[in-house]
Design a protein around this ligand. Structure first.
Ligand SMILES: NC(=O)c1ccc[n+]([C@@H]2O[C@H](COP(=O)([O-])OP(=O)(O)OC[C@H]3O[C@@H](n4cnc5c(N)ncnc54)[C@H](OP(=O)(O)O)[C@@H]3O)[C@@H](O)[C@H]2O)c1
Length: 339
């Protein structure tokens, strides 16, 4: 069997780890990872090597020629970089290098919630600039969005028994809490990716890969039922979210380099999109032109949300950013700043 050669940018990250696992389990890929020189000694890179992932050195901020060489012989290029000030736009030179190296399909960083481009979420607009550049290059592509991770969508419980895996970003219920939003277990991302990147139906298309659709009230009800604890429900009016977004945007305009402000903006705009506008659902995705994973892979059995919450309450779930608890602190700090 001829294996598809896949190179992943972001293999040391959270989404990247799921993608590596999914590609491995699928068994029909030769897997490569682009790792920046400064990260070569990270323990996770050694683990990748032990798993027979072929490491190529490169940095999205480095020269395009070096990136082009690192991509030689690769069929599919996938990128999963963080929603930071610059990491998304750094993919512009990655796309140029991909074109030069003759990549057959580029999956630029998506892996987010559904929203419309053009002023709703800054990070979506950053990603769209990359997508537009890819299209201008006439580079074959697939964009994959996945809704919200299960791993950040559940609230704490009064006993503190789920704090060990909590990000603290689901402690507010937006509006009346009845807006439907799509969720995916982050461990399923890689399984979806492994199917999508070898599927001709998804070439030059956007795919919405998601596990379930649920409201915040339903999540709280589930958590109460599974934990046996009564949860406090902290409802936040739509207007408050709009005010927060406006305030964050003003601050970001004054200092576009301040990472704390950018992070607060990201969280506020996320709430605006999925919580107030109700963007993150299959109907809106279909309207925007996405193909649904449910149509493409009706037999795929994703991780069940109730089962996942049960594992959280029983103390059996895993931290997402296992090597990097600073991300949890970053989220919590940004959230405090918007209150
Ligand atoms: N849907 C959701 O609920 C949800 C939640 C979180 C994230 N996401 C999405 O997932 C995407 C990935 O986020 P993540 O949290 O998984 O990322 P992450 O864990 O922060 O990982 C980022 C990866 O990018 C690599 N990287 C950064 N800059 C690079 C450069 N200049 N050159 C080469 N590699 C570079 C990092 O490598 P190093 O090891 O060298 O640092 C790391 O492997 C985000 O864009 C976000 O939209 C979605």
């Amino acid at each position: 069997m001829v294996e598809t050669k896949v190179l992943l940018v972001g293999a040391t990250g959270a989404t990247g780890s799921s993608i590596i696992d999914g590609l491995f389990q699928a068994g029909n890929f030769e897997i490569f990872a682009l790792v920046r020189p400064a990260s070569m000694d990270k323990p996770v890179v050694e683990i990748l090597r032990q798993r027979n992932v072929k490491i190529r050195e490169g940095d999205l901020e480095g020269p395009e020629e070096v990136l082009t060489e690192a991509l030689r012989g690769i069929d599919v290029l996938i990128s999963s970089v963080r929603e930071s000030a610059t990491q998304q736009q750094d993919q512009i030179s990655l796309a140029n290098a991909a074109k030069r190296a003759g990549i057959k399909r580029f999956v630029p960083c998506g892996f987010g919630t559904i929203t419309s481009p053009g002023g709703i979420m800054r990070v979506r607009d950053q990603k769209e600039r990359v997508y537009n550049h890819v299209k201008q290059l006439w580079l074959p592509y697939t964009i994959i969005d996945i809704g919200w991770w299960y791993q950040i969508a559940f609230p704490r419980v009064p006993s503190g028994k789920v704090d060990y895996v909590s990000f603290g970003v689901a402690e507010e219920i937006i509006g009346g809490g009845n807006v439907l939003s799509a969720l995916t277990d982050m461990r399923d991302i890689g399984h979806y990716v492994a199917k999508i990147i070898v599927d001709e139906r998804t070439l030059n298309r956007m795919v919405f890969a998601y596990n379930t659709v649920i409201t915040q009230n339903q999540i709280y009800n589930l958590m109460e039922e599974i934990s046996g604890e009564k949860l406090e429900r902290n409802y936040v009016a739509d207007e408050t979210i709009r005010d927060r977004v406006a305030q964050c945007r003003l601050l970001a305009e004054k200092d576009p380099t301040d990472l704390a402000t950018l992070h607060s903006q990201l969280l506020a705009e996320h709430r605006l999109s999925w919580g107030v506008r109700g963007d993150n659902n299959p109907d809106y995705a279909k309207y925007l032109g996405y193909i649904s994973s449910k149509e493409l892979y009706p037999d795929f059995e994703p991780v069940d949300f109730r089962g996942y919450l049960k594992s959280v309450v029983e103390g059996k779930a895993k931290n997402v950013y296992i090597d990097d608890r600073s991300v949890v602190v970053e989220h919590a700090t940004a959230l405090e700043a918007t209150r």
